[in-house]
Write a protein that binds this ligand. Structure first.
Ligand SMILES: Cc1cc2nc3c(=O)[nH]c(=O)nc-3n(C[C@H](O)[C@H](O)[C@H](O)COP(=O)(O)OP(=O)(O)OC[C@H]3O[C@@H](n4cnc5c(N)ncnc54)[C@H](O)[C@@H]3O)c2cc1C
Length: 457
């Protein structure tokens, strides 16, 4: 019996229920990846590069088992049935995803093909973590408490006596630059091993911008080169740092479960009354934000880090997101799309969930009247300015105090550091105090039309 395993966001063989089930049930397995040109083009350069690196890594793993990864190009709805037909497969396995796009596509395929849809990209699948009333909690902490107490159910394990088909298909696309990412699950496990040297300090360091205090594993979780279950298991719960880290994986599951239950949250506020907010149309402000030219060093540092690396520290994601929505009063959906294009770890559920948290329009979100002050936050989380100087080098000559807010520094001091506002670094594009009042008025007006009843769409 021949089975196909359709790899998607689970680019590993270890702790992968779709792969393991196929190896147990079939004599021969085709390992397939379908490169959807529409999705590939939408992914920014960092994610394209990472995808190619991880697919090569998966191919290497499969070669060690005597086969190849078959990479086909096209729409899965067309390609998958063709390959199933061509290889004479009796059954297909894949690990499910929670985005509306993938749910619709997978449902259509499941109607045509003999298949098993597994869950392999979350610690707990949607529906496994519910309140006593059988609903998904709208508040994170109760969700987390149940999540933590829920046992992981056993997954099948891979068997070694299966033949892996060796046809590579048309293969991988070219990428413009040489790969800087070490792809595949073995490299991902090395990155996890590296984090294990720091995990016990996680809680003390996770908010410091100038040090690597977090795991930096989000992209491996996004591509599935790491299994979140395995990560949670390896990290364990012996110290506060470890428990604090594993708690973050519950946020990841929660946003995935929320999107699965509320597919409209990709474009609509989870709390519908916030759809009434009247956003500003400000292409120049949006452009300055995107390109790190707002005149607020912490915002510019974050946006430049994102463009250069595909990564941004969580605290800075909160600040840059808040700046767009609250200081510029620009629609969170525009920011979400820009992040999704550039982030290495871009994931519809995580990105939308976090953007709605930042905008105050989601469930268990930051209350809308909490407006981050970018300069105060910058002083708090990057006190010596190391993060700022790295990403905004034109301010590197300013001292630790001045670097956070060049707009209030005396012209002589600026000149001594080589900074000319309006020339080699912008004046602030908005007055924060004015912007704060403006956004509070806009939100209040929206809520006056439709008060916040606490309901979630
Ligand atoms: C506006 C905004 C957009 C975001 N977009 C994404 C996204 O597209 N993809 C994504 O994976 N994360 C997103 N995040 C969440 C978070 O910023 C990243 O997961 C984190 O910065 C990744 O770095 P790390 O792996 O070192 O995190 P760590 O601090 O080491 O956390 C460990 C893991 O927990 C999960 N996690 C941590 N924080 C969160 C969170 N707030 N929400 C959900 N899961 C979390 C991630 O999988 C992360 O890898 C976003 C946050 C904000 C504020």
């Amino acid at each position: 019996m021949h089975h196909v395993v359709w790899f998607r966001r689970d680019l590993r063989l270890g702790d992968n229920p779709a792969w393991a089930a196929a190896t147990q049930q079939a004599d021969e397995v085709t390992a397939l990846f379908v490169l959807d040109p529409a999705l590939f083009t939408n992914a920014g350069p960092h994610r394209q590069e990472a995808l190619v690196a991880h697919l090569r890594g998966l191919d290497t793993e499969l070669r060690e088992r005597g086969g190849r990864l078959r990479v086909e190009h096209g729409k899965p709805l067309t390609v998958l049935p063709q390959i199933v037909d061509e290889v004479g497969a009796g059954h297909v396995h894949w690990n499910r995803d929670t985005t509306p796009y993938s749910v619709t596509r997978d449902d259509a395929l499941a109607r045509q093909l003999s298949c098993t849809q597994h869950w392999g990209t979350l610690v707990h699948e949607p529906g496994a973590v519910l309140t006593q009333k059988g609903t998904l909690s709208k508040v994170f902490t109760p969700f987390y408490n149940t999540w933590y107490a829920t046992a992981m159910h056993a997954w099948p394990t891979e068997t070694g006596d299966v033949t892996v088909a060796a046809n590579p298909g048309p293969g991988l696309p070219d990428v413009a630059t040489p790969l800087s990412i070490e792809g595949g699950e073995q490299a991902a496990h090395r990155r996890l091993g590296d984090f294990m040297n720091r995990v016990d300090n996680y809680l003390g360091q996770r908010d410091l911008l100038a040090v690597v205090g977090t795991s930096m594993l989000s992209a491996d979780l996004r591509f599935g080169t790491l299994s979140p279950r395995e990560v949670a298991d390896i990290v364990g719960e012996q110290t506060e740092g470890r428990r604090g880290f594993v708690r973050q994986l519950a946020w990841r599951d929660w946003y995935a479960h929320l999107l699965y239950q509320h597919p409209t949250m990709t474009s609509q506020a989870l709390k519908p009354q916030y759809n009434e907010i009247v956003w500003r149309d400000d292409p120049a402000g949006f452009d300055a934000w995107k390109h790190g030219q707002t005149g607020f060093p912490i915002i510019d540092a974050g946006m430049r880090e994102l463009a250069a690396t595909g990564y941004m520290h969580n605290r800075v994601r909160m600040l840059t997101g808040s700046f767009l929505v609250k200081d510029l009063l620009i629609d969170w959906r525009l920011g979400e799309r820009w992040f999704r294009h550039l982030l290495l770890d871009a994931d519809m559920s995580q990105n939308v969930g976090n953007w709605q948290w930042v905008a105050g329009t989601g469930t268990d979100a930051a209350p809308y009247f909490r407006v981050f002050n970018p300069t105060t936050q910058s002083r708090k989380f990057d006190p010596a300015g190391g993060y700022l100087r790295r990403w905004v080098p034109e301010l590197a000559g300013l001292d630790d105090k001045a670097v956070h807010e060049p707009s209030i520094v005396a012209p002589l001091e600026l000149a001594a550091a080589g900074v000319v506002l309006g020339d080699n670094y912008p004046h602030p594009i908005v007055d924060h105090s004015m912007a704060r009042e403006r956004v509070l008025t806009a939100y209040k007006q929206a809520l006056a039309i439709a008060p916040d009843s606490g309901d979630v769409q």
